[in-house]
Design a protein around this ligand. Structure first.
Ligand code: HEC
Ligand code: HEC
Length: 281
């Protein structure tokens, strides 16, 4: 099936999907920029807690990409982390956050990926044997972690708050690094965005993920909405510092959001209940 051919509604879906993919950084992980790989054709080697994983090819190539995937295959992978062959992905692929994406956003992302030129990229090492073992273990952990599914707006809050909350929970995956894990490896619901000694990938050791709740002492409670907007736009903090580490790649993504979307994230973050880092065990 040839998608994106002419009809205005499909062109709109492709454009929306392109925006969402840019803001999520799908291309960042799924492009082997270091070795001159083509956009979205995979092969970037990511150092993860599950070993080195080369990302898969997301272009519509039928043999080495996802050109044979149905819309249902795509939703199952993105929302539940399950491959068409029923194996489970490791959460180096942020599917636990993409779990919250709406049906419409998932459909638009698929429309965008379908519109890309098919790139054949054979020989991506893919998930090696250690990753395969990890995948089996992940299947158990994922089954034990309730995934709420598509985001539902909170009718008691205004649309800007809801937009910000949605972006943080899904595409922005802020909790992946800024929320500590329970012993089972799931984000600790009692310490949402309260900072973590290490991210979901269990590394890099010693690199602290700051508390971004509205706590005035250990969080960013003293930051204004514009301060937060600033860091998400340029990476500059109100103390004339610049964020580093893994946040650099995230800022590349948030910088591609529209200003209203970035501001919505700032509005929402200001509302996140204060949790003190001092209470952390
Ligand atoms: C932080 C890096 C990262 C980001 C961001 C990311 N992915 Fe991935 N993705 C991965 C990794 C790693 C895998 C392979 C996981 C495995 O093999 O268990 C993967 C797997 C996939 C797969 C399964 C492909 C296959 O052939 O089985 C799809 C589909 C996918 N990603 C789509 C997306 C989309 C769409 C986005 C943006 C909304 C995205 N990814 C963002 C790292 C990422
Ligand atoms: C892949 C991990 C990762 C993700 C995902 C992530 N961050 Fe960060 N973030 C970091 C790290 C690491 C730092 C600390 C950077 C430094 O020390 O220079 C940081 C710093 C920050 C800071 C500055 C805090 C301070 O006290 O200086 C803010 C604000 C922030 N992140 C917001 C966000 C938001 C909002 C999201 C979601 C859109 C997000 N982060 C997603 C890793 C991440």
């Amino acid at each position: 099936m040839v998608l994106g051919a002419g009809s205005p509604s499909s062109a709109e879906a492709v454009a929306r999907g392109a925006y969402l993919a840019a803001a999520a950084g799908c291309g960042g992980c799924h492009t082997d920029s270091e070795r001159g790989g083509q956009a979205y054709a995979g092969g970037r080697r990511l150092a993860t807690a599950f070993g080195i994983i080369a990302t898969p090819n997301l272009t519509p190539d039928r043999a080495t990409g996802i050109g044979r995937w149905s819309g249902a295959d795509f939703i199952r992978a993105m929302r539940w982390g399950i491959a068409p062959d029923d194996t489970h992905y490791v959460p180096a692929f942020p599917f636990p956050f993409y779990n919250r994406l709406t049906d419409r956003d998932l459909a638009d992302l698929k429309a965008f990926l379908d519109s890309l030129p098919a790139v054949s990229r054979p020989g991506i090492e893919g998930a090696g044997s250690t990753a395969l073992l990890a995948r089996a273990q992940v299947a158990v952990a994922v089954a034990a972690t309730p995934s709420p599914g598509a985001w539902q707006d909170d009718p008691a809050k205004d649309p800007v708050w809801n937009r910000g909350a949605y972006l943080v929970a899904s595409l922005g995956r802020c909790g992946e690094c800024h929320t500590p894990r329970t012993l089972l490896g799931a984000p600790d619901p009692h310490r949402f965005l309260a900072g973590a000694p290490a991210g979901s990938d269990g590394k890099p050791a010693g690199k602290k993920f700051p508390n971004i709740t509205s706590d005035r002492k250990s969080g960013i409670g003293n930051w204004s909405e514009d301060d937060i907007l600033g860091v998400l736009t340029t990476g500059d903090t109100p103390t004339f510092d610049e964020v580093g580490g893994s946040m650099v790649e995230i800022v590349k993504n948030t910088a591609r959001l529209s200003e209203p979307d970035r501001r919505a994230i700032a509005v929402y973050l200001k509302s996140v209940p204060a949790i003190s880092s001092a209470e952390q065990k």
